[in-house]
Design a binder for this molecule. Structure first.
Ligand code: XLS
Ligand code: NI
Ligand code: NI
Length: 438
């Protein structure tokens, strides 16, 4: 490496809960075992290229505030390659095992697709070298099908068949590159797959096209022998008024309707859940119930603001609930805790990138430990089990086994006269129980 971008920062270490060093982990201790597995394996932390290395603090009201000393401000391939070295210096010092990127985050577009692909190849070579040098792996790759003006009306849901074709060509290349880099997954986030107004939109045709696009991606994945997991990332709005992949349930329904349910799992993002009017735990539970919990984009919104603020997660109550749901579902297998989060526009020093990620990692480590303690205690799970105990034997077990009928249940109730009383839900008792551990 030429010269270090973060010369005053050395590898971030675990110093324990009593440390007052802002550049140390207080809770994330990579090798510490929780439920028999290391924290590193449980959490599979990942740093995103787009916010962390391309975010410049631009907003609709003002110019970039994050002027990075290593960035010469040009869209050259040379600058892009230099940025790769910086990114890996950062991720290595942080100690995150994974990263994620969009094709257009890492390499600039050329004047046509051929040139764009060539630019990407040059940067991918550098990414590969850095992966090899550091042992950092690619959690997932993806393609930006929303940034270029050609995608203003959508990519696979564009009314223009040529735009659809371009998106397919772009994803073909992104899949090849992800495969080349040993990526463990590939994400489809429907950047502009939705509509601004129904007045100009043929919803049925657009949904059919989205499915056709995903089907071709699944075929191509098999063709090139890419073994990574495919994910679809729900989000209800932003940038379009309505995004087709609006929440976990909508995505699952779409995947089932088009016969894709075995090919894609879900990549759930906290701020997208809240934009959809759900909690993240809700989205995790819905995905897990369908056997489709894949990966998470860890961030948080602001309860006072109705948009995708993509803040770093620091709320321990939130991370505890996420980890309770994730542990219950058997953990993140191919997925990870991917920080799809950005520092605030006002936090423009490079060191803020460290503070942000350290805080997010610590918050999730704490959530993991707390969730494991709640599970070890067992009272919460026992309560839920007991609440459904009428289904474990007798008439309940018969219904669950699919061996009853309206006729039998009528006879049962006529004989009994009324249902047995249902015990209290004990919400407050359970909320207090959780707080015993936080
Ligand atoms: C945007 C999405 C995006 C995806 C990757 O809101 O979260 O960043 O994670 O395309
Ligand atoms: Ni995301
Ligand atoms: Ni987002």
């Amino acid at each position: 490496m030429a010269s270090a971008a973060f010369p005053n920062i050395s590898k971030i270490k675990f110093e324990g809960a009593t440390s007052r060093n802002p550049l140390a982990f207080k809770h994330y201790n990579a090798e510490e075992l929780v439920e028999g597995k290391s924290m590193k394996e449980h959490l599979r932390f990942s740093v995103v290229y787009w916010h962390t290395f391309r975010g410049r603090g631009l907003d609709p009201f003002g110019a970039p505030t994050m002027i990075r000393p290593w960035d010469d401000g040009t869209e050259s391939v040379k600058n892009a390659v230099r940025r790769v070295r910086v990114a890996f210096e950062f991720i290595e010092k942080l100690g995150a095992p994974y990263y994620a990127f969009h094709d257009r985050d890492v390499a600039p577009e050329g004047k046509n697709l051929t040139e764009t692909n060539k630019n990407l190849d040059v940067v991918v070579k550098a990414l590969k070298e850095e992966q090899k040098r550091t042992g950092i792996k690619l959690l997932w790759g993806t393609a930006s099908l929303f940034g270029n003006p050609r995608y203003a009306h959508g990519a696979s849901t564009s009314p223009n068949a040529d735009v659809f074709a371009f998106a397919c060509a772009q994803v073909k290349k992104a899949l090849e590159v992800t495969n080349e880099l040993g990526g463990e997954g590939y994400v489809f986030w429907g950047g502009r797959e939705g509509y601004q107004t129904l007045l100009n939109t043929n919803v049925k045709r657009e949904l059919d096209h989205l499915a056709a696009f995903l089907r071709m991606a699944v075929d191509y994945k098999k063709k090139i022998g890419f073994k990574g997991q495919f994910y679809i990332e729900p989000k209800p709005k932003e940038p379009t008024k309505h995004q087709y992949d609006s929440d976990a349930a909508a995505c699952l329904n779409f995947l089932r309707e088009y016969g894709l349910i075995n090919d894609l799992k879900l990549n759930l993002e906290t701020n997208h859940a809240t934009l959809a009017g759900h909690t993240m735990e809700h989205e995790l539970e819905i995905a897990a119930a369908a056997g489709a919990l894949g990966s998470i984009d860890a961030n948080t919104g602001d309860v006072m603001l109705g948009w995708d603020t993509d803040q770093f997660p620091t709320d321990i109550y939130l991370t505890t609930q996420c980890m309770l749901a994730i542990l219950k579902a058997g953990g993140l297998t191919t997925g990870g805790v991917n920080f799809d989060a950005k520092v605030r526009r006002e936090s423009y020093d490079p060191i803020d990138l460290f503070y942000a990620h350290i805080g997010g990692m610590d918050a999730f480590a704490r959530g993991l430990k707390t969730a494991a303690a709640i599970r070890k205690d067992g009272r919460l799970a026992e309560f839920v089990k007991e609440r459904y105990s009428s289904w474990d034997s007798g008439i309940g077990a018969k219904i669950e086994a699919g061996k009853s009928s309206f006729k039998e249940l009528e006879a049962y109730m006529l004989k009994k006269g009324d249902s047995s009383p249902s015990p209290s839900g004990r919400q407050e008792f359970l909320e207090n129980l959780i707080n015993e551990f936080i």
